[in-house]
Design a protein around this ligand. Structure first.
Ligand code: CA
Length: 617
């Protein structure tokens, strides 16, 4: 009898202790919506020994379909079905142990905004401005160092945090809009609470929270609203290949196969060519897909369905919560390609008119084309990613104006990139660029030659594809990647209180910077409503005698673009060659100078220059 009483007491003490210790620390996604196309929702519940409990939800329309218990007792995953009739509202998720409620966690289903499902993404009419938020403008010095955030600001360190933030971006949206940009891609803003190199944003420690040194989630909403008021679209940068070693769920892994694990650190080989390569070895394939991007970036195993669902829901959460207009997928070829297809399918299932661009840092056209939606791939693979970064075009652009023209070099290198467009399912959806946050700045690539820089901008804004321009290009910022990433991601002058120069205003720029700014602004504003550039056809002529000529045309308009890549010779265009494009036109307007050209038979180009003409009948 005594023994029985003892056991009974022990049992009640155990319950008591258990209910005291057991707390639900996180539920993700933190809230959701009614009226979504997919009626399923999977909640990740995190709390000490939560596996001992049975969850219960009493709310009309919500049904717990399944509860998944995993290796780690601190996690459970709850599969919910939210019926179409479910009303928005608040309820408690109850966690029961031996029939008793030991924890209760409030949850909200918000009402989906009207028109949310039909939102449109960025498109071919856009020009994207890419900026690195830590390096653009510091609108709020009070958030440079925040309690609980491991890395403190140090503007002297090229690899440290400099204090740029969301407020700084909002303060300069008029500048970006006045320059003529129509979309904004900001490098990741979500929390990167890492001891060092935290400024770039690609080592996430919380997928649902804006880094407090950039601002709050509400500040991000404000940024998007302010952008939309200026007709600027917002593209969110997302990462599905890896996260930070300091992410809370990496510190307490739900299960072994959440990430790829090795006995000793194993780095990816960064050879995405392996994915479509029909001769690739298991050894290389495994390294590519399972190796870590870096020491502090564990590599996700997206074959894990719970992780895949977590990442997909996180994306939908941000689209629905923040009202973004597009996504840039970091390192698209690195996650399992089947996951990328599934992820993209899920996004377009909710938002059929949305848009996504995948970063495919690849050398060759054919390999790049493999990763674009509806590619004619031999193995039947379809990424479902509509837009792809055009690195082959970047490589050609970064050297074309420095090279002497030959069969394959100089202007011919641009010609040959375009000549291979048959490989792409939709080359008009390639995102094109002269540089980005990982590459030499374009002004440095062309040896700080303003004429060559103008040729690059002219090409970028008149050829096929969706142009992307890296912040500071318009003021001729320089920097080479091999000196360190910090040097290609320098602070925009004038973004910080007390900066000696303020390049956001005309008076703060040198005459050369203003010449560049004005040239780019003129092109951008002209391009903005030129349907013929956005959607028109392209016809080009094989470069000859250091001259390359192409036309953009549709039923109503025709634009002629000509490049002279000679460093010293004035060139007279042999206009007879271009008869098939020019014969119906009588005169032209030079879109840079505004000059009317009445005699189209005699067109000349100074050395290292571009002529952009609107042909008129
Ligand atoms: Ca700040």
């Amino acid at each position: 009898m005594k023994r029985q009483i003892f056991l009974l007491i022990t049992f009640f003490i155990a319950i008591n202790l258990f209910s005291q210790e057991m707390t639900v620390e996180r539920v993700e996604p933190p809230f959701w919506w009614t009226g979504m196309t997919n009626s399923n929702l999977q909640l990740l519940i995190y709390g000490t020994d939560i596996y001992e409990t049975t969850p219960q939800i009493d709310y009309p329309g919500i049904n717990i379909k399944d509860v998944v218990y995993v290796q780690n007792p601190n996690y459970i995953f709850i599969d919910l079905e939210i019926s179409k009739e479910t009303k928005p509202g608040n309820f408690n998720i109850l966690f029961k142990f031996n029939g008793e409620v030991v924890q209760s966690y409030p949850y909200e289903l918000k009402e989906r905004k009207a028109g949310s499902a039909s939102r449109k993404g960025f498109n071919r009419s856009d020009v994207i401005y890419l900026l690195m938020p830590d390096r653009f403008a510091n609108g709020d010095p009070s958030n440079d160092d925040m309690p609980g955030m491991l890395e403190k600001a140090n503007r002297q360190n090229p690899d440290g945090r400099h204090g740029g933030d969301i407020k700084g971006i909002i303060d300069h949206l008029d500048y970006i809009s006045e320059l003529g940009m129509t979309a904004l891609w900001v490098n990741p803003l979500v929390e990167n609470n890492n001891p060092q190199y935290s400024y770039h944003g690609y080592a996430i420690t919380d997928f649902y929270k804006i880094d407090p040194r950039f601002g709050s989630n509400e500040d991000y909403l404000k940024l998007i609203n302010e952008c939309h008021e200026r007709d600027l679209k917002v593209i969110m940068d997302m990462i599905f290949n890896h996260c930070s070693l300091y992410h809370w769920f990496i510190q307490d892994l739900p299960m072994e196969n959440w990430v790829h694990q090795f006995k000793e650190f194993t780095r990816t080989n960064y050879r995405a060519s392996i994915i479509p390569d029909q001769y690739s070895s298991e050894y290389d394939r495994n390294k590519m897909l399972s190796g870590w991007f870096d020491h502090h970036m564990p590599d996700f195993d997206q074959r894990n369905e719970l992780l895949a669902t977590y990442l997909i829901q996180n994306t939908i959460w941000w689209i629905e919560y923040a009202g973004i207009d597009g996504i840039r997928v970091d390192t698209q070829p690195y996650p399992y390609k089947e996951f990328i297809s599934e992820w993209s399918r899920a996004i377009f299932n909710e938002y059929p008119n949305f848009n996504i661009v995948g970063e495919a840092w690849l050398q060759k056209e054919a390999i790049t084309a493999y990763f674009q939606k509806d590619a004619a791939n031999k193995d039947g693979y379809n990424s479902n990613i509509p837009c792809i970064t055009d690195f082959p075009m970047y490589f050609a652009l970064s050297s074309a104006f420095n090279e002497n023209d030959s069969w394959t070099e100089g202007l011919a290198s641009l010609y040959y990139v375009l000549a291979q467009d048959f490989l792409y399912a939709d080359p008009q959806n390639n995102v094109i660029f002269c540089d980005n946050h990982d590459l030499d700045r374009f002004y440095s690539s062309v040896g700080e030659d303003l004429n060559k820089w103008k040729m690059g901008m002219a090409f970028l804004l008149t050829t096929r594809g969706i142009p992307m321009i890296y912040y500071g290009t318009e003021i001729l910022m320089t920097g080479e990647a091999n000196k360190g990433h910090g040097f290609i991601r320098e602070d925009f002058p004038g973004g910080w209180q007390g900066d000696k120069k303020d390049a956001f205003i005309t008076e703060g720029r040198t005459s050369e910077q203003n010449e560049a700014y004005n040239y780019l602004q003129k092109l951008l504003k002209w391009r903005k409503d030129k349907d013929v550039i956005h959607y028109g056809k392209l016809k080009h002529f094989v470069p000859e005698d250091e001259v390359y000529v192409y036309f953009r045309y549709d039923e109503d308009d025709c634009i002629m673009v000509a490049f002279n890549n000679s460093g010293h010779e004035m060139k007279a265009l042999k206009t007879g060659i271009f008869k098939e494009c020019m014969q119906d036109y009588n005169y032209a307007v030079n879109i840079i100078s505004g000059e009317i050209i009445n005699y189209l038979e005699a067109l000349t180009l100074p050395p290292k220059s571009t002529l952009i003409l609107e042909l008129k009948k």
